[in-house]
Design a protein around this ligand. Sequence first.
Ligand SMILES: O=C(O)C1=C[C@@H](OP(=O)(O)O)[C@@H](O)[C@H](O)C1
Ligand SMILES: C=C(OP(=O)(O)O)C(=O)O
Length: 430
Amino acid sequence: MKGKLRATPSRGLSGRIAVPGDKSMSHRALILGAMAEGETRIEGLLESDDVLATARAVEALGADVERLGEGRWRVTGGPWRSPDAPIDCGNSGTAARLLMGAAAGRGVTATFTGDASLRARPMDRVVAPLAAMGATIEGGDRLPITVRGGQLRGIAFDNVFGSAQVKSAILLAGLGTDGAVSVREDRPSRDHSEIMLGAFGCAVEREGKIIALPAHRQLRATQVTVPCDPSSAAFPLVAALLTAGSDLTVTGTLANPLRTGLYKTVREMGADIRFEEEREVGGEAVADVTVRTSALRGVTVPANRAPAMIDEYPVLAVVAAFAEGPTVMHGLGELRVKESDRLAAIADGLAACGVRAEVEDDALTVHGCGGPARAADIFTQGDHRIAMSFLVAGIAGQHAVTVDRADMIATSFPGFADLMRGIGARIATA
Ligand SMILES: O=C(O)C1=C[C@@H](OP(=O)(O)O)[C@@H](O)[C@H](O)C1
Ligand SMILES: C=C(OP(=O)(O)O)C(=O)O
């Protein structure tokens, strides 16, 4: 959907819905499927622009990839080849960083690039450890970068960024060496790579803060079921939490505790939120999540929770704007290097809405005041999560909110506007 989108005050969001599949797991399912011998079947794959970039990439790297139906894909892995053309990762940091790691371990030569946003994001965080493992890398801290894989050696890496992308790049590269490969994490990041590697027959070892690849690193094809993305579910659930008279359930949501920091935080703020039918699918926790409209108060969110809700701070900032009193969020430095400088985009967006907010070092304080004080035009900086978050503010508040662009929402949440309209939200092109 090109052009502007406007959300206007809505009432009573309700229903029982599913949102598209988890983005992190979808990238990993395609990449591990392409690295495994045999045919991997995927159900519930997120068919968003970011994930489709990964699908095209693994095809260019030698895998056989076929879409069987909605969210149903087949990937046949085997030896990789060096592609003739650069691999375009579009807007996706996950695609770029994980694929660079995988390519290094597979001994191929490939050039990676992306859109203007991705070309502005730091890559040294994966380039440095991959070079330390013996890969030859041409280019600096920014895409385009050429990776020449080869005979790699092991590494003991300290994941100081708390980044799952960096950890995953190293594990994927490490599949191509017999050397010892370990990653230490003081602040655990999402562990989908570790869980899914187990499903592909490579059981990652954990001891305290250190995870390590086992001696046996051969992957065998498997079946992967991808649950609903909790980072996407956050938008309808938060909209329901803040909009009077709402009662909404998102079924089959990924409930891995390294992804549910937002849900924990809104519960601390006073939200009526319940996880029901808790179950396990492919080693991952899944639940049906229900929220009802709730009065909320400001809280302090500790820095050590950041990896478990890193993509949810834009929408949490909107929650905080509706709460009573200040909400202080610590440890947000990584938000500066996402699809946009999200700290700046959040602060500017809240200012446009007439909500007081301050950024000091890596902390954001939002002074809750019942939501936007006036109608606002939001400059999204081309960032999907900024667009969806401020549309939620327009749905739940007393004033219209208009975002300058909405096409990039399809990088993570295709069908967002239709799904929101389906539960009663007022969103229209502007
Ligand atoms: O590994 C992943 O799938 C992701 C990790 C996070 O990035 P970092 O690893 O840079 O924190 C997150 O922001 C991104 O949306 C997806
Ligand atoms: C940061 C994100 O994704 P990526 O790093 O894969 O571009 C996101 O989806 O919010």
